[in-house]
Design a protein around this ligand. Structure first.
Ligand code: IDP
Ligand code: MG
Length: 140
């Protein structure tokens, strides 16, 4: 097993309902460490750039509108197998399919407003971290 870094976003539905502490507690309990964290209001351009891989999907415009509907918390998480571990802790994209105890099962409102983003591969994690954080903002 290797120590990895993954990229996380606490989405606007989570900040709106004041759930950032509860979600952070859950991911810390899993062994992940928050090694960088910044609360921001994303711009449309930033949201579209971040989700560019989904540009052709029917939900792209709604997703970008949702992601700029309120503040988000950008995070870098570190730990053993951090990418896969965080995907496990998050649960399935659609909360209706998420396993009991996962963040999305406990907190998500819908398939779109599903409380958290997590990178789906080590390569994408590196790309997404670099999109929002500089090296000196990450303190492991
Ligand atoms: P993931 O966040 O579990 O990796 P992706 O397929 O990468 O899921 O989708 C990115 C985000 O787009 C999801 O987290 C969710 O907010 C939104 N999304 C995905 N599928 C749908 C859908 O069918 N309708 C509305 N929004 C969706
Ligand atoms: Mg994804």
């Amino acid at each position: 097993m290797a120590v990895e870094r993954t990229f996380s976003i606490l989405k606007p539905d989570a900040t709106r309902r004041n759930l950032t502490g509860k979600i952070n507690a859950k991911l810390e309990e899993s062994g992940l460490r928050i090694v960088a964290q910044r609360r921001v209001q994303l711009t449309r351009t930033q949201a579209e750039g971040f989700y560019a891989v989904h540009k052709a999907r029917p939900f792209f415009n709604d997703l970008c509108a949702f992601m700029i509907s309120g503040p988000v918390v950008l995070q870098v998480l570190e730990g053993e197998n951090a990418v896969a571990k965080y995907r496990d802790v998050m649960g399935a994209t659609n909360p209706a399919n998420a396993a009991p105890g996962t963040i999305r099962k406990e907190f998500a409102e819908s398939i779109e407003a599903n409380s958290v983003h997590g990178s789906d591969s080590l390569d994408n994690a590196a790309q997404e971290i670099a999109y929002f954080f500089s090296q000196c903002e990450i303190v492991g």
